[in-house]
Design a protein around this ligand. Structure first.
Ligand code: UDP
Ligand code: MG
Length: 341
């Protein structure tokens, strides 16, 4: 019998996978006490099977990033780390959002690993697609995007809104891989360069393509959440979409400029018309139309101010250079402890 099966708290055998790339699977977790006990063994089995196949080093790890959960998520992560050394965990000092949690994990891995794979902890993304991702890395690709080939398990509305989102991004000139969320392999080389992208307004799936390097895609079928509820209701999704667009593109400002130009051109024509009507003796009637135009223009102006304000707000946030994540705890003792002051 395989020695791994005999041991209740199995360790990945030492020496196996030597000279192979070290992989850290980075998994953000926020209030996931229901799903974590179900998916953690699946992640472990996947990593172990890749170690046994000689694709990755036995020093590979599964890193859970607790994003300031209010339930037992962090306790569960600590228990997992006690149980099996393949699991490690770190906790953010408070909830900062999915993107910041993934970034925290990636930056922790930087310099310690050869490759990272980021994936959600709810089992929606096909864990076995990691095999194909690692194969592509071994063949020389530095970034591998996990792409959903099928969204049948999502509700019609979620599918429709998600697909519109990618199309909108593309129309704004944002280079985001269609139907790719945050399931991706990144090599350490890419992480090193990515560390220089210092913005606090994060939209990882739009930022990673900007780093460059050879990339490829792996297609997988998206499943339903194994347990618990989605943290991305419509309002949060719209927020992410708006943030993504305004973080990566100044196209809306260009559109406003063009719109302003067109509106003033028509306004000018209307003035000419009113002027010649006045000269010809017939007074300009139509209080209603004036009010309509005025309120329409006022609406457009306010909307435009809002969009421009958003960009200014982002400059304000960026100019503060606040930390993008703060780690309060780790299940292991880091080699170089950093103290402030
Ligand atoms: N998540 C997080 N912080 C948050 C919200 C979500 O770390 O503030 C994690 C969550 O635990 C999950 C992933 O981000 O692993 C994706 O969230 P979810 O599955 O709720 O989103 P959906 O798949 O429905 O878009
Ligand atoms: Mg999910």
């Amino acid at each position: 019998m395989d020695p791994i099966d005999q041991d209740r708290t199995p360790r990945i055998p030492e020496g196996q996978g030597e000279g192979r790339p070290i992989l850290w699977v980075v998994i953000p977790c926020y209030n996931e006490e229901e799903v974590l006990p179900l998916t953690a063994p699946l992640f472990r089995d996947q990593v172990r099977s890749m170690v046994e196949a000689g694709k990755i080093s036995s020093r590979s790890r599964i890193l859970f990033v607790n994003d300031g959960s209010k339930d037992r998520t962090w306790e569960i992560i600590k228990e997992l780390a006690e149980e099996d050394e393949v699991f490690i965990g770190m906790s953010q000092s408070r909830n900062r959002g999915h993107q910041n949690a993934v970034l925290a994990g990636l930056m922790e891995a930087k310099g310690k690993v050869d490759i990272t794979i980021s994936i959600d902890c709810d089992g929606q993304d096909d864990i076995t697609a990691m095999d194909a991702m690692v194969d592509k890395y071994l063949a020389g690709v530095e970034v591998v995007y996990g792409v959903r080939s099928d969204r049948a398990s999502d509700s019609f509305f979620k599918r429709f809104s998600a697909e519109s989102f990618y199309k909108l991004l593309a129309s704004m000139g944002v280079e985001a891989v269609y139907n790719h969320a945050d399931y991706r392999l990144i090599s350490d080389r890419v992480l090193q360069e990515f560390a220089d992208f210092k913005e606090v307004n994060l939209f990882l799936r739009g930022m990673i393509p900007l780093v460059g390097f050879p990339s490829d895609k792996v297609f997988y079928k998206r499943e339903e959440r194994m347990a618990g509820e989605s943290h991305y209701p419509l309002s949060k999704m719209l927020g992410l979409a708006f943030n993504g667009i305004t973080s990566l593109s100044v196209q809306p400002i260009r559109w406003i400029t063009i719109l302003g130009f067109i509106m003033s051109f028509f306004g000018f024509l209307a003035c000419l018309w009113a002027f010649f009507k006045g000269l010809s003796g017939s007074t300009v009637s139509g209080w209603a139309s004036v009010i309509c135009i005025l309120s329409f223009l006022a609406g457009i102006q306010l909307f435009s101010l809002g969009v421009i304000g958003t960009y200014i707000g982002k400059i304000y946030l960026e100019s503060k250079h606040r930390p993008r994540y703060i780690i309060s705890e780790r299940t292991w003792i880091p080699k170089e402890r950093k103290y402030k002051g």
